[in-house]
Design a protein around this ligand. Structure first.
Ligand code: FES
Length: 105
């Protein structure tokens, strides 16, 4: 198994509570910082593709403003309504001066 780290932002770029839209191999993602934790997730809701860039994030979950679906940012699981299609989430970590998406292949 191989691991690749793809830089998507500078490590000091995001303050707690901030997020950034990034593109990775043509896919739109959001990288968000909550306190000292970082999350990366698909920018578009798996329900009907609403933009999650401004969806409220609270306690490690993002809520889609369109129909109110709520997703766990660690697992991608749809918590409300339970069992709906999950949100794509990717591991993101600080590596030196960069914030990187970790891809395993
Ligand atoms: S488009 Fe996001 S909940 Fe419907």
């Amino acid at each position: 198994m191989g691991v690749t780290y793809i830089p998507v932002a500078r490590a000091d770029e995001l303050e707690p509570g901030e997020r950034k839209a990034v593109e990775l191999n043509g896919r739109a993602l959001v990288v968000a910082r909550l306190e000292d934790d970082y999350f990366a997730f698909s920018r578009y809701c798996p329900h009907e593709s609403a933009d999650l860039m401004n969806g409220p994030i609270l306690a490690g979950k993002v809520r889609c403003d369109n129909h109110g679906y709520c997703f766990d940012l660690s697992s991608g699981e749809c918590l409300l309504p339970k069992g709906a299609d999950p949100l794509t989430v990717l591991p993101v970590e600080e590596r030196g001066e960069e914030l990187c998406i970790r891809i395993e292949w």
